[in-house]
Design a protein around this ligand. Structure first.
Ligand code: NAD
Ligand code: UFG
Length: 344
């Protein structure tokens, strides 16, 4: 479709969102180099990417907190024009128990990348941020001008600090561009069922818990609270299909590299613009899969936001990107992926 063959470094590229983004980048004609330390993913993901796109991306097994590993990567893969930085630790609960691990991994990774960018003439970096920076919103849907609230976990704080580090670095006159993408709740899997989310142990997140319960791996799902101030009493989120989310990274990269008029630093919400409650999501899953999910109502989970969904207008208008996958299709893909994993 196009003849761009610019080289992009994807850190954390064998992870959940990273792997889907590598697929979309390769489909769009970019050449991808992945670095991942496999702390939360597996080498097998590379085969999934190859099965979908026909291309095996270059892969470096290494840790982004090691500056030497990264500079060797830039030496061995000359001409990298852009970076998408997914590499991070992401479990909220674990971050409360092991804050230093989270600060070290998430901050040092970013600092190393920024430090090397000017040296290797890398033009732009896309950073994986999160709607967690908004805390409990005063109004929904929430747009990018909403205030950043005090973080409720070390993980959330790393996202805020990373956004500030990038902002300060660009303000200092560094000749780079950056786009901060604030994801809402990414869910689902590639429709081919070649790649998807691979939670370690008992899932913390809702969708893997739903699919594992439907598959009989977990006895029942606990819905954390139905006494919230929402129409059905359960929490509301903006669930966004992972392939839609992945596509946004390609558009963001293209904007940084090809549009000389775009600002050096931009921030976008990535969501659908629709809030769905926990019960509505279970219902969507049951409709899509034809499988009932046994669940019970339990206590509220400490630290949960009551309701948050995105105003994605800025991304819609400026990036020309929009989430398009219907929720039933997302849930059906999540189920296909679950069935495929169970069959492995
Ligand atoms: P993931 O754990 O599946 O992917 C992260 C990848 O980075 C993993 O493959 C892991 O092995 C790798 N990694 C971690 N530390 C590394 C290091 N020091 N060096 C090299 N590789 C390293 O997570 P994901 O869900 O794909 O999330 C990707 C990014 O998006 C993360 O930055 C996460 O914080 C952010 N994010 C995720 C969500 C979500 O709900 N999944 C929401 C908002 C933001
Ligand atoms: N939930 C249940 N039962 C479960 C799991 C979750 O009822 O077994 C509920 C939660 O209480 C919450 C909703 O489902 O109301 C969504 O929970 P998730 O854990 O799937 O997602 P969160 O919105 O809590 O958090 C996720 C990521 C964070 C990230 C945040 C915003 O886990 O890392 O989205 O991007 F910061």
């Amino acid at each position: 479709m196009n003849d761009m063959k610019e080289k992009i470094l994807v850190t954390g590229g064998t992870g959940y969102i990273g792997s889907h983004t590598v697929v979309e980048l390769q489909n769009a004609g970019y050449e991808v180099v992945i670095i991942d330390n496999l702390s939360n993913s597996s080498r097998k993901v590379l085969d999934g990417i190859k099965n979908i796109t026909g291309i095996m991306p270059a892969f470096v097994e290494g840790d982004c907190t090691d500056l030497k590993t990264l500079s060797t990567l830039f030496e061995n893969h000359k001409g990298i024009k852009g970076i998408i930085n997914f590499a991070a630790s992401k479990a909220v609960g674990e971050s409360v128990e092991k804050p230093l691990l989270y600060y070290r991994n998430n901050l040092v990774t970013l600092i190393n990348l920024l430090e090397l960018m000017p040296q290797y003439d890398v033009k732009g970096i896309v950073f994986s941020s999160s709607c967690t920076v908004y805390g409990e919103p005063d109004v929904n849907p929430i747009d990018e001008t909403a205030p950043i609230k005090v973080a409720t976990s070390p993980y959330g704080n790393t996202k805020q600090i990373c956004e500030e580090i990038i902002t300060d670095f660009i303000a200092s006159g560094a000749n780079i561009k950056s786009i901060l993408l604030r994801y809402f709740n990414p869910i689902g899997a590639h429709p081919s069922a070649e790649i998807g989310e691979l939670p370690n142990g008992i899932p913390n997140n809702l969708v893997p818990y739903i699919t594992q319960t439907a598959a009989g791996i977990r006895k029942e799902l606990t819905v954390f609270g139905n006494d919230y101030n929402t129409p059905d009493g359960t929490c509301i989120r903006d669930f966004i299909d992972v392939v839609d989310l992945a596509r946004a990274h390609v558009v963001a990269m293209k904007r940084m590299l090809d549009n000389s008029d775009s600002d050096a630093l931009e921030v976008f919400n990535l969501g659908t613009g629709n809030g769905l409650s926990v019960l509505q999501l279970i219902e969507a899953f049951e409709k899509a899969s034809g499988v009932k999910v046994p669940y019970r109502i339990g206590e509220r989970r400490a630290g949960d936001i009551e309701q948050i969904w995105a105003n994605p207008k800025k991304a819609n208008e400026i990036l020309g990107w929009k989430a398009v996958v219907p929720i039933e299709e997302t849930m059906s893909n999540a189920w296909k992926w679950q069935c495929r994993c169970a069959g492995n």
